[in-house]
Design a protein around this ligand. Structure first.
Ligand code: HEC
Ligand code: HEC
Ligand code: HEC
Ligand code: HEC
Length: 458
């Protein structure tokens, strides 16, 4: 009798064997756990060393070449059709082209984007896409420091030596209700891998990473009647949370203090970074990738004819920081520039206007003078150039003096900025007044930095 039949012949052993199969869906030990909060708070992160083993080689940065001389003629003078990287020296420009080839198409090299008979020619769609991608990368590094900090991104962060990044998403095909006896799945119940094989909705990306549906489901009061969120909304939220956890190779406790998923003040700072990340991803999908849809050939588009889009996994690929936080971008000046205004008619305008302005006032004063008046003019110019932006205005005051009078002054300051915008022809519905968000900003004595109006553009 073989070993296995002898074992199975005993009922106890049979149970043990059945148990092994039942547990096969769980993670096999050993796993490692790391404390991520104060002792006793249960803020433990559990890592599977075997998953880590697969992730580590995926997230190694390629070697960087030493910087080239920045003197000498500029690329825009030496070449014919350079619209974005023109201010680099010819040597630096060439070094960027070499790096881009390594990051995107190491096998095909320059020919992946260029007609080698004429490098200035834009006939290959890959070159047109690449130009827009350079602008997108500059925009991420210049305007999304709230997420990417000084680390920034390069083409490698998403591409890793491939023309199409490993991790992208498309709009799913809607369920064909005519050919289905099961009934309407309502976008869920198929145990998709991206949501941890659960029955949650399988496309949390469209509502949260393209549209801006609210990701808030927890009620703020004890009684159930006051929470307007539906169970389905909660399921969508959890599906997104699954995606975020898997993309970063972490647990929920990386961002949440699980005594309350809702509160921000007791959550790890990573949650705030993630919050900005969600907004950044929306911005990239809408302002850059969507606009490239007609540029791509059909075979690059999804089943619904939509362009490949970015989510957390596109950059992170299983690591808490992409490429484990390697500082690659700082070696490439061309990717760190603020995106210049678009010169090519074919390029959709980059959206890199300042998102937040602060205007300072004198003591006891509600009119803007000197450099501050210039700041106001800039704000007006920005809003006029981007007719879809709206401004939220909040007035602040310093702590010295009498509170009621100060509050009135803060209000007058906010009014004077609003009135200036309206006087410049900005429509009234684009301007909203709001109470200052941070109360502590009002507590610091006679502080010139406190006498201000903050304007957020959306
Ligand atoms: C992933 C796409 C891509 C690859 C690969 C690539 N380039 Fe480029 N190249 C571009 C883009 C985009 C521009 C335009 C940049 C701009 O407008 O600022 C450009 C412009 C140029 C120009 C300027 C041509 C002119 O007269 O306007 C030269 C020269 C050049 N590349 C050389 C190279 C070389 C050499 C290689 C291979 C080592 C290479 N490129 C690989 C995308 C690419
Ligand atoms: C935030 C992630 C991200 C970054 C950073 C990024 N890309 Fe892309 N790139 C994408 C996505 C998503 C696509 C669409 C995939 C497809 O081609 O279907 C794409 C497509 C491309 C394509 C078209 C490839 C093809 O064969 O269809 C080129 C070329 C390209 N990128 C070049 C670049 C260059 C050059 C940089 C750096 C300056 C860069 N990308 C940075 C996400 C990124
Ligand atoms: C990388 C950080 C991160 C991870 C990991 C993460 N979350 Fe979140 N979570 C957030 C952020 C950020 C928000 C708020 C999103 C917003 O408002 O745009 C949020 C919101 C939520 C909410 C809604 C709270 C409310 O106010 O209604 C719940 C519930 C939640 N997460 C549960 C989870 C669960 C369960 C996990 C693990 C499966 C998880 N999260 C993993 C960052 C994270
Ligand atoms: C364009 C590339 C890119 C995309 C897309 C992206 N991230 Fe990040 N993320 C980064 C970079 C780069 C860093 C490292 C910043 C640093 O060094 O502090 C980072 C850092 C983080 C951190 C902080 C980690 C820590 O230990 O401090 C969190 C949390 C995070 N990302 C969550 C997300 C979530 C959630 C999404 C999707 C909604 C997302 N990221 C999408 C590039 C990206």
């Amino acid at each position: 009798m073989s070993m296995i039949t002898r074992l199975v012949s005993s009922p106890l052993a049979l149970l043990a064997l059945a148990g092994t199969f039942l547990l096969a869906g769980c993670e096999r030990p050993p796993v490692e756990s790391i404390q991520h909060g104060y002792r006793g708070t249960g803020m433990v992160l559990v890592y599977n060393p075997r998953t880590l083993e697969r992730q580590v080689p995926l997230n190694q940065p390629p070697a960087s070449t030493p910087p080239a001389p920045t003197e000498g003629p500029k690329a825009k003078d030496a070449f014919q059709n350079v619209k974005v990287l023109g201010d680099l020296s010819v040597a630096e420009f060439t070094r960027h082209m070499n790096a881009i080839s390594q990051w995107i198409a190491p096998k095909e090299g320059c020919a992946y984007c260029h007609n080698l008979q004429n490098l200035a020619d834009d006939s290959k769609y890959t070159k047109v896409v690449a130009r827009r991608m350079i602008q997108m990368t500059q925009h991420i590094n210049a305007d999304w420091k709230t997420h990417v900090a000084g680390t920034g991104v390069t083409c490698y962060t998403c591409h890793r030596g491939q023309p199409v990044p490993q991790e992208v998403w498309f709009t799913p095909v809607p369920q064909d209700l005519k050919a289905n006896f099961i009934g309407d799945r309502a976008g869920q119940n198929i145990a998709a891998v991206n949501i941890g094989l659960t029955s949650l909705p399988e496309d949390p990306y469209t509502p949260f990473l393209k549209e801006d549906k609210p990701i808030r489901v927890t009620g703020s009061v004890h009684l159930p009647n006051d929470n307007p969120s539906s169970i389905k909304q909660a399921e969508y939220t959890y599906a997104l949370m699954f995606h975020m956890t898997q993309s970063l190779g972490v647990n929920c406790t990386f961002c949440h203090n699980t005594h309350s998923f809702q509160t921000w003040d007791s959550a790890p700072t990573q949650r705030v970074t993630a919050w900005h990340g969600i907004r950044m991803v929306r911005d990239l999908n809408n302002a850059y990738l969507e606009g490239l849809t007609p540029t791509f050939p059909k075979n690059r588009l999804g089943p619904q004819g939509d362009v490949a889009k970015v989510f957390c996994a596109t950059c992170h690929q299983g690591a808490y920081k992409p490429v484990y936080g390697a500082q690659m971008a700082k070696d490439y000046a061309g990717l760190m520039l603020a995106a210049p205004a678009s010169k090519g008619a074919a390029l959709p305008a980059p959206t890199d206007e300042p998102r937040h302005s602060v205007l300072y006032f004198g003591v006891g004063n509600a009119t803007l003078e000197g450099a501050q008046a210039k700041g106001l003019a800039q704000l007006i110019a920005t809003m006029s150039a981007a007719p879809k932006t709206t401004a939220i205005i909040a007035g602040y005051h310093s702590a010295s003096g009498e509170l009621a009078a100060n509050q009135e002054l803060a209000k007058q300051r906010a009014f004077s900025v609003r009135d200036a915008l309206l006087a410049a022809g900005i429509a009234e519905k684009r301007v909203t007044l709001e109470k200052p968000a941070k109360a502590e900003a009002n507590l610091s004595g006679e502080d010139p930095a406190a006498r201000r109006v903050e304007v957020s553009l959306k």
